[in-house]
Design a protein around this ligand. Structure first.
Ligand code: AKG
Ligand code: FE2
Length: 330
């Protein structure tokens, strides 16, 4: 059991975030996931090689160099291939994703759930807003021809409440962020603004101007107190927990290796997830343990069924509330 102390819970409530070292055991909890992903990368390499997009499968390279080389030579970031979620539009019957058993095992990690229980209570739902992020060094990353920017880089300032629909505004959604390897200032760890969760939901914009960092949906600099930001480097095994209204972004990856992280979310069971088109599951229930999902195949099937359903739908579900032409963004 590794429940949090009262002081840790108080820190979370006051500051809107909490760093806890050694929640996950690198060898037992993270290495199996890393091994599973080696197989996913191998498959990607073989697929791209068969399609003539790359001249070698680069199977003699270590994971990070291999991924970077394959992205660079194919000229594309293949993020969706690794992600345990689906894109927000244009889902096809064969849209790639990775919903493997070791990922599921990590979503249900007991130590992680103990810490989460201290923050949101004993009825814990795995919210489907979840991602793996594999970011190549920026100097080796393929560039988007239209914008001239790297295809995957620094994450702009935002609040996670801003990436879900209004129905989850009262949901006690907790973000759980950790590195598969060490996250450093150089390789692009997260930055957060302490106490920013006290100021409510801020305006997010999807214009490409006035970017405080990165691009895409973001909180413009004029609405932020970015001068108060704090970088959160994390050793393997450490976890950053934050409130749905905490303002955060990531630094760019200025290192020579990939930056590799998971960001997961959990909320008390029964509250809206804010992404109802995607499947979640009961990760822990003290009142009704029978309702917990323990079978990795069942979990994978939930995602496969969702992919099938969305690929048949002509209407894309709504994922957030922000409009491109909002006058507050002008
Ligand atoms: O890892 C990143 O770059 C962004 C993560 C993030 O925004 C989150 O965990 O909510
Ligand atoms: Fe976020």
């Amino acid at each position: 059991m590794s429940h949090l102390t009262e002081a840790q819970v108080a820190h979370f409530k006051e500051q809107g975030y909490l760093v806890v070292e050694d929640v996950l055991d690198p060898e037992q909890d993270l290495n199996p996931v890393i091994e599973e992903y080696a197989g996913v990368l191998d498959q990607l390499a073989q697929d791209l090689y068969a399609e003539g997009e790359i001249s070698s499968t680069y199977d003699d390279l270590p994971f990070g160099d291999r991924l970077t080389k394959i992205y660079a030579e194919s000229g594309r970031v293949h993020a969706q291939y690794f992600d345990f979620s689906l894109p927000q539009q244009n889902v096809q019957p064969d849209t790639p994703m990775w919903v493997g058993p070791q990922v599921f095992r990590l979503l249900r990690n007991e130590n992680l759930l103990d810490a989460i229980e201290s923050l949101i209570g004993p009825e814990i739902y795995s919210n489907p807003v979840q991602h793996v992020r594999l970011k190549p060094p920026e100097h080796l990353c393929p560039v988007n021809e239209d914008t001239g920017r790297v295809q995957i880089g620094a994450t702009p300032w935002h609040q996670d409440n801003g990436v879900v629909t209004e129905e989850a505004d009262e949901t006690d959604m907790l973000t759980v962020w950790f590195g598969l390897w060490d996250a450093t200032i150089e390789n692009g760890c997260l930055e957060i603004i302490p106490k920013s969760h006290r100021e409510g939901l801020l305006q997010h914009c999807i214009t490409s101007t006035d970017m405080s960092r990165g691009f895409g949906r973001h909180i413009p600099g004029k609405f932020l107190r970015a001068e108060n930001s704090v970088p959160i480097p994390l050793k393997r095994g450490g976890v950053l927990f934050f409130h749905r209204l905490n303002c955060h972004s990531s630094l760019p990856n200025n290192s020579d290796n990939i930056r590799w992280s998971f960001d997961l979310r959990y909320n008390p069971t029964g509250q809206p997830t804010g992404r109802s088109a995607f499947p979640g599951f009961v990760a822990r229930s003290r009142s009704n343990p029978e309702s917990e999902l323990h079978d990795p195949e069942e979990w994978a099937n939930l995602w496969h069924e969702t992919r099938h359903r969305l690929s048949q739908d002509n209407d894309n579900p709504t994922f957030h509330r922000w409009k491109t032409d909002d006058p507050r963004c002008a």
